[in-house]
Design a protein. Structure first.
Length: 276
């Protein structure tokens, strides 16, 4: 009994320390964004700011192209997520429901693609998009995001579909449904938790992507939010307050999406990690 109590106390302390370590940088970001210009780096020991102002938030929208960067990122990540999920869902269904030569090798090769560093693909992607006249455009970023997110999304959805019985589809087809009709009416609704988990992964991967966007764009009008945040770092001066305000604004869409889909995330990723 005594050992059990000590274990619970130890776990509670470890949990509290971990939560503080994770939450403090976020708290610092929010508090710094509310500081007057030039004060965030002078007094870094505060927990409660002496003066609160929204000047940094006003500045990032009036002096910078923050609204454009957010709109570009929403467009690029939204389109790339929809395209990636469409391709991954159909591919995962084909691999999970049909047996064909090379099936296991295809899955193995998809898994191997996740081991290739993104930096090693930058030059081929740059030359490809420049050759097709897509350099410095939002479609180029969206296509590049799709190429990086489809393998992981397909792997998650394949694992999820492996754990769904195909007896319901068989019963539907006996009753007159086609294979596509059974997929649309039976399998797709049952796969929604896995779809939500994979879609959240694709969206967050695109939202936080920096390297691909940096290589494939040059004009600030086509920047995504990750490039916009980096632009606050100057050669001699970094406007910490504005950069933190922009970071808070940039975090809101992904946080809201996570809150909406979080109830699907645990089940979708857990089941998707199993291979049945």
């Amino acid at each position: 009994m005594h050992t059990s109590r000590l274990t619970r106390i130890g776990l509670a302390i470890l949990t509290a320390v971990t939560a503080i370590a994770v939450a403090y940088p976020v708290y610092w970001m929010v508090i710094a964004s509310l500081q007057p210009t030039g004060t965030a780096q002078i007094d870094q020991a505060w927990l409660v700011p002496k003066r609160v102002t929204l000047d940094a938030y006003v500045a990032v929208f009036t002096q910078r192209q923050m609204a454009t960067w957010i709109a570009n990122t929403l467009l690029v990540t939204g389109v790339s997520t929809v395209l990636a999920m469409g391709a991954a869902l159909l591919g995962a269904y084909a691999v999970a429901r049909f047996r064909f030569p090379g099936r296991n090798w295809m899955l193995f090769c998809l898994l191997l693609t996740q081991l290739v560093p993104a930096s090693s693909l930058i030059i081929p992607l740059f030359l490809t998009f420049r050759g097709y006249g897509l350099y410095d455009s939002l479609p180029a970023i969206a296509i590049a995001y799709v190429s990086f997110t489809v393998p992981e999304a397909l792997w998650v959805l394949w694992g999820y579909l492996q754990n769904l019985s195909d007896e319901f589809e068989g019963a539907a087809m006996v009753d007159g449904c086609t294979r596509l009709g059974a997929f649309w009416r039976i399998t797709l609704p049952l796969t929604l938790p896995g779809i939500a988990a994979a879609a959240l992964f694709c969206f967050l991967e695109g939202w936080n992507q920096y390297l691909l966007a940096y290589v494939l764009t040059s004009s600030s009008g086509n920047w995504v939010v990750s490039l916009g945040l980096f632009s606050f770092i100057g050669e001699y001066v970094t406007n910490v307050e504005q950069m933190m305000a922009a970071s808070v604004v940039a975090s809101i869409p992904s946080v809201l999406l996570f809150v909406i889909l979080q109830r699907f995330l645990k089940g979708g990723l857990t089941v998707g990690g199993l291979t049945g």
